[in-house]
Design a protein around this ligand. Structure first.
Ligand code: SAM
Length: 307
């Protein structure tokens, strides 16, 4: 398992997170310290200790601007569409008519921007725990954060766990765009959270959660899928390729109260989204095809569905 984020975060910015232009920064390594990712920092736009985490936004050559939380890359302009388009358009286009959408986390605004491309959306709620992520993303990552000014957006600053517990049958789609399962996001990876997710969905709803890389988080992914087995009508794990995430790949848990993510996509709705950078329907289907060693991490019925 990766080193705990709680171990790495310190009350004051430790020397290693004090980024300076010209230095090469090593993201805290995973797999018992054996695998890391080095980024050459051109410019530091901001860095501070917020109420919840160490936050920095840097510029790094062709990678563009990068948001780091506790030293972990959250978003880079270079390949953020590979993450946001796949996290959002896969479930949005799997649902027949998503009107009320909730994003938990996602304070950089990338998921919100993609949700708002869908004409069916009447309200896009976003519940982010750390207001500084939203404020500094608006300032330094304006293209990502453009959706915060949209009239359909409802921004809630607070803990996504508590927010969800207060909602029953309220959303057609819930997207959990969280950081790693340590620090403030820890509660978003437990069975109680998934029970609340299910209750907060309208009939026929879908919940998609950031579910880490099978290379790095195999025991966690296995445990969560075991805990939620049978809770939803169907559950799936799908992936996308993100060069700036450690291991180059990240996955999502797709939990459905009806819609089938492998059904053909409505071409009219797809066209209405305009030009996309990463998502297409072939990739949508392919994202659910998994290597044998990852299928083994899933409960038998889920693995059979995806084999
Ligand atoms: N794409 C990213 C990744 O996989 O690393 C996630 C991006 S987004 C910036 C993650 C956000 O989740 C952060 O802004 C963090 O503050 C927020 N977050 C963490 N725990 C949360 C909680 N309990 N409730 C709401 N938001 C939370």
């Amino acid at each position: 398992m990766p080193a705990s984020r709680a171990d790495r975060a310190k009350p004051d910015l430790p020397e290693r997170f004090h980024l300076s232009a010209g230095e090469t920064f090593l993201e805290p390594p995973c797999l018992e310290g054996s695998l890391g990712l080095a980024i050459k920092v051109d410019r530091v736009l901001c860095q501070e200790r917020t109420e919840y985490q160490d936050l920095a936004i840097i510029e790094a050559g062709p990678l563009g601007r990068i948001l780091l939380l506790d030293g972990n890359i959250q978003v880079s302009q270079f390949d953020e569409p590979a993450y946001h388009e796949m996290m959002v358009h896969v479930p949005m286009l799997s649902h027949p008519d998503p009107k009320r959408v909730l994003i938990i986390g996602g304070g950089d605004g990338g998921a919100l921007r993609e949700v708002l491309k869908h004409e069916s959306v009447q309200e896009a709620h976003i519940c982010e725990i750390d207001k500084r992520v939203v404020e500094l993303s608006r300032r330094h990552l304006a293209e990502l954060a453009s959706g915060f000014d949209h009239p359909k957006t409802r921004l809630h600053i607070g803990d996504g766990f508590a927010f969800l517990a207060g909602h029953k049958e309220a959303f057609d789609l819930i997207i959990v765009d969280s950081s790693d399962p340590e620090g403030p996001a820890e509660g978003l990876f437990g069975p109680d959270f998934y029970r609340n997710l299910k209750q907060a969905l309208r009939p026929g709803g879908i919940a998609v959660s950031q579910m880490e890389s099978c290379h790095l988080y195999a025991p966690l992914i296995s445990r969560i899928f075991e805990q939620i087995e049978g809770m939803f009508e169907t559950s799936y794990y799908y992936t996308t390729m993100v060069a700036t995430y450690l291991s180059g790949v990240i996955g999502f848990a797709f939990n459905s109260l009806g819609p089938d993510p492998l059904a053909p996509v409505d071409q009219k709705r797809l066209q209405a989204l305009g030009e996309l950078d990463y998502y297409n329907p072939t990739l949508h289907r392919a994202a659910f095809a998994l290597p044998c060693r990852w299928l083994k991490l899933l409960p038998p019925e889920t693995a059979r569905r995806q084999a």
